[in-house]
Design a protein around this ligand. Sequence first.
Ligand SMILES: Cc1ncc(COP(=O)(O)O)c(C=O)c1O
Length: 399
Amino acid sequence: MDVNKIRRDFPALNDKETVYFDSACQSLRPQVVLDAMNEYYQHFPACSGRSMHHFAAKVTQKVEDARISLIKFLNAAKKEEIVFTRNTTEGINLVANTLFFKPGDVILITDKEHNSNLIPWQKLCRQKGTILKIVPTHPDGTFDLDAYTKLLDPRVRLVSFGHTSNLDGVTIPAAEIIKLAHQNGSLVMLDAAQSAPHRQLNVRNLDVDFFAFSGHKLMGPSGTGVLYAKYKLLEEMEPFMVGGDTVASSTYESADFLPPPEKFEAGLQDYAGIIGLGAAVEYLQKIGFNAIQKHELELNQAITVGIRAIPGLKFIGPADPALRGGITTFYIDGIDSHRIALMLDQMRGIMCRSGQHCVHSWFHSRGITGSVRASAYIYNTLEEAQLLVDHLIKIRKVL
Ligand SMILES: Cc1ncc(COP(=O)(O)O)c(C=O)c1O
């Protein structure tokens, strides 16, 4: 993989002072994604599916093309299993609000979920009397299969786990987890916000029931996302947001809902975003996930080895970078993580995320105030990894 060639695809990297290590929050976008969005606004800026004119026909076709790109990206069985959303959070909320739960049903999550895979379940428990149970992970952040198996009982209606953690980059053994859940009669949702951008996906082989991710973390436009779900489940589920575009017809008293995915895609959609998302997943597939993962590991190794001797520095997650994908999260005892991130930016334009990364529950339970997270992607170079290391060493000396 030629990183320098790839970098030329990203207009945001034109500025030589830009060192972007915050891709777990939002990735940068290649020109092809920007072009795909612009093409919509410049040449057929109408709405899909409603009007009969030729702009509308073109948008409808482009949106369906994007859905087909997403089926290929996920290896889904059919395009009706792809529901466009605004982000991972919306996908998870959609399931929490539309899947049938009865009082006493148990939902399992792990102890280091992003708020988006915690708060919707807490709300459901308050409203419907479901029970949320937490599967503890091993102290190094890796998945504890024994703890999970012990909590799987017939009351577990849904297992909803982060596929790859935004906190420490650890990926869970999804195939095994799903197999055990299905043997137990439970459904499985994967929060794939951090896995979809970095690994080859195959929802059919995984046999996963629900799979939610965001476009903006995988080179797509901001505020785009996908909920994949098995068609049979989508058919059974009530729509979440309702209104225009969700119904075939209505009277003053009732409405005939369209089949999935339309019944879940209420109102006029972000067509430019959806088209851009299609372009993004095609771009990623051309590069190939083997090359992406290999490159991220090299970067993570360079950063980990470079900073591990910094006095007082502690990694969050496993010591071995091979288990952390492109994510290196750490804190330095007694030093405010926001201060470190600000200094990195001010000294050399190095952008990292600081704080609790929307996993407050994990930090509160461990009495850790915050951390710095460097998250790498295909456009980062080893020189940038070295710059990060050198500046962290400098910062430690002055703080
Ligand atoms: C693991 C994980 N889940 C969910 C989310 C929420 O994603 P979004 O804000 O795009 O809905 C994130 C965002 O960082 C994440 O990392």
